[in-house]
Design a protein. Sequence first.
Length: 279
Amino acid sequence: MGTVWDRATEFLSDNVAVIAPLALFAIFLPTSVQSNIAPIVENGNAASMIGLRIVGVLLSIVSLFGQLAIIALAIDPDRTTGVATRLARARLVPVVVAALLVLIAMLMLAVPVVAMLAASGVDLAALAEASASGQAPVMPPMSATTAWGIAGYGLVAAGLLLWGSARLSLLYPVILEERGSLRAFRRSFALTRGLAWPIIGVLLLYVVVSTVAALAAKTVFGSVLVLVAGRGGPLGVANVLTAIIVAAVSAGFSVLGAAFTAKLYVATRAVAGEAAGAA
């Protein structure tokens, strides 16, 4: 993993001029706009919330396109930006399909929790209504058996999510380079065989560092900007500038994650090729 990190950072430092425009226009700008419309979504009426959420989904797809282009460049640095973006555009739909399948699988993990809540008499309709209206849902009292059951299942589900995230960490580069959405799942599992624990360690470190960095940027710069420009509304100067700064931090980590994923794919593919040759 250390070697892969070194290769990823070396690629980024050697190709700043190529990566910067992609990161700026395809990752930073969509992320910045998403961050700024989030308060509007929370405080708007039903119609505006639906429209803004659709815009948010489209912006997420644009960000995904940018990450795919960077992955394509990191896999083969001899590619031009035009070739990388064309490849990313050609494989965008299969990647979105694969991402939706992963999302559905994650949602299915929540079904037992919903079933346990319903069996304990919790009013799920009221919880859904409160969540849809932007209010924090208040959990009603439940039996100790139900609470412990949900807690135990939550630990198991969290473990499954970590394990699945590690084994599917190469899904995007596999789809980019080897095509196919469904076959890519099996290929990602094959390439990451025996690497689940190291990848989980990297994923946890990445999540912790990126989250702390974003929170630090929001806290430090947000506090200073509020003192200088005043709090204002959701689109006040302080809130907008803070969201832009946090988006810049998030975009940087997105670029780093894309480069690392690409270099991990290259390394595991080489190992798999050597193993096949030896066999």
